[in-house]
Design a protein around this ligand. Structure first.
Ligand code: SF4
Length: 471
């Protein structure tokens, strides 16, 4: 049997100099790197790369920054410089030609990009919460917001708890502060991530923290979601387990505070397989719960992932899964063939499923979910939905305003030949589908537009913008 040995994530050391503002920048950079899967190193020796966040306010501060860079070069050798002294890249380069990259203050994307380039994250679905292509290219208009680290569960196929330890939640006020800053900097969509979002705050016994605006917020998924929703950006919840208290998030969707979207990693449906997988929130009432959520929130989009070929998965277990999927009518489904990972209990379980049977089952799940997805998307043709623009095609807009006459909309914007691609509330970046727009001149990434849907295929929608509803 081939056993995958998980690569260790690179470790980043940080030297943060200067004022509290610089410290906040350092925190932000580290939060991003942690959510990208990097580990931290408390010393030079254990670091794969060292980040020096400099201060250049006074000459003495500059000298201190240069000394810190010199020390990091001598002790480690692989150094990225950021912060206020980034403005004086020549001075740094003259003295330390081996510095890997230099970026300026508040250039988060650049400094995170430089770390990714110098110490790339190994591609691995078990290590990365965030899709790979989301790492380097996360545009300004959406941001991942990590609310906790680690996990209290011990799923048989997973080694995250061994790598990251038990669940440790971030303080809700700190999360809100970060989210506020992201929104102020242009974020239109906050993607809440963790290993187990529904368990957020359990380690803090859901303690309440004062808010600077008055009132308080409990370290609890529902309370945090409500406060995040007040910031005015789309709030999308990932890695939610179907515990009963998830019921309380559905009214927040109805109020427009949280997107009608849940990413629930079910992984399987057969009670036997789930038990052997040691999955959390594994109760037989999940289908009823989904039905009740949809009654309250008919637009709710549910995405999930499933593992096929887990050791001991019988034909009956697999048939159960297919029937369950047919019943559950999930909007988006990802499937994975079970892969033994070094250190995970499932790796040494008997009854490993042969590779060709795994492939057969994988294809059956993909075919069924493509059929369900196509039917669900076709049902959206003719409707008008909000779309957040991710990118615009590089074609010159024509300002003639040609009406192709394919629909009769009083506010229609007609710029021929210009395309744009975005996502509806039902689509998370990278992992779900997209909405492709025709006649999309005048739009820019980050705009939210009202779109009339004209066509659909298995994964994507196609339509025409009507008017910008928010910019
Ligand atoms: S819930 Fe299970 S699969 Fe997810 S991180 Fe925790 S142990 Fe791993």
């Amino acid at each position: 049997m081939n056993v995958t040995t998980l690569p260790k994530p690179p470790r980043v050391g940080l030297v943060s100099l200067g004022c509290p503002k610089n410290l906040v920048d350092s925190e932000r950079i580290m939060t991003k790197l942690r959510s990208d899967g990097y580990d931290m190193s408390p010393d030079y020796a254990g670091a794969d790369i060292v980040l020096v966040n400099t201060c250049g306010f006074l000459d003495s501060a500059k000298e201190e920054s240069l000394e810190a860079i010199g020390e990091a070069i001598a002790e480690n050798g692989r150094v990225v410089v950021t912060g206020c002294m980034g403005k004086e890249a020549d001075v740094i380069r003259n003295r330390f030609p081996d510095v890997l990259a230099i970026t300026g203050a508040h250039e988060y994307e650049q400094v995170v990009g430089a770390v990714h380039e110098a110490a790339p994250m190994p591609a691995n679905a078990f290590l990365n919460l965030v899709p790979e292509s989301g790492l380097k290219l996360t545009p300004r208009h959406y941001s991942y917001l990590k609310i906790s680290e680690g996990c209290n569960h011990r799923c048989a196929f997973c080694i995250i708890p061994h790598l990251r330890g038990d669940l440790v939640s971030r303080r809700p006020d700190a999360i809100l502060r970060e989210a506020e800053k992201l929104v102020a900097a242009g974020t239109k969509e906050l993607l809440v991530i963790s290993q187990d979002t529904s368990a957020y705050g359990v380690d803090m016994r859901h303690k309440a923290f004062p808010l600077k605006s008055g009132g308080e917020v409990r370290a609890h998924m529902t309370d945090l979601s409500r406060e995040l929703g007040k910031l005015g950006a789309w709030v999308r919840l990932h890695y939610v387990y179907p515990y009963p208290h998830v019921n309380d998030v559905i009214p927040l969707m109805a109020e427009g505070l949280v997107l009608p979207y849940l990413d629930i990693p079910f992984q399987h449906a057969s009670p036997d397989v789930l038990r052997r997988m040691r999955r959390p929130a594994n109760d037989a009432k999940v289908l009823q719960r989904i039905r009740a959520w949809r009654e309250q929130m008919p637009d709710l989009a549910i995405r999930s992932s499933f593992v096929v070929g887990f050791p001991g998965e019988t034909d009956q277990d697999f048939a159960y899964l297919l029937n369950w999927l047919e019943e559950a009518q999930l909007d988006r489904v990802g499937a994975f063939k079970f892969e033994p990972v070094e250190g995970a209990p499932a790796t040494s379980m008997g009854d490993q499923v042969p590779a060709d049977l795994k492939t057969e089952r994988y294809e059956a799940v993909m075919a069924l979910s493509a059929r369900i997805s196509a039917a669900k998307l076709t049902a959206k043709v003719g409707s008008i939905i909000d779309v957040l623009i991710d990118r615009v095609d590089d074609v010159e807009p024509s300002h003639e305003g040609v009406d192709r006459g394919h629909f009769d909309a009083p506010h229609a914007v007609h710029h021929h030949n210009v395309g744009a691609t975005g996502r509806s509330k039902a689509d998370a970046p990278e992992i779900d589908g997209e909405v492709h727009l025709r006649d999309a001149g005048g739009l820019k990434p980050g705009d939210i537009v009202s779109v009339r849907i004209e066509d659909a295929d298995e994964h994507d929608l196609y339509g025409v913008p009507l008017e910008t509803v928010a910019a």
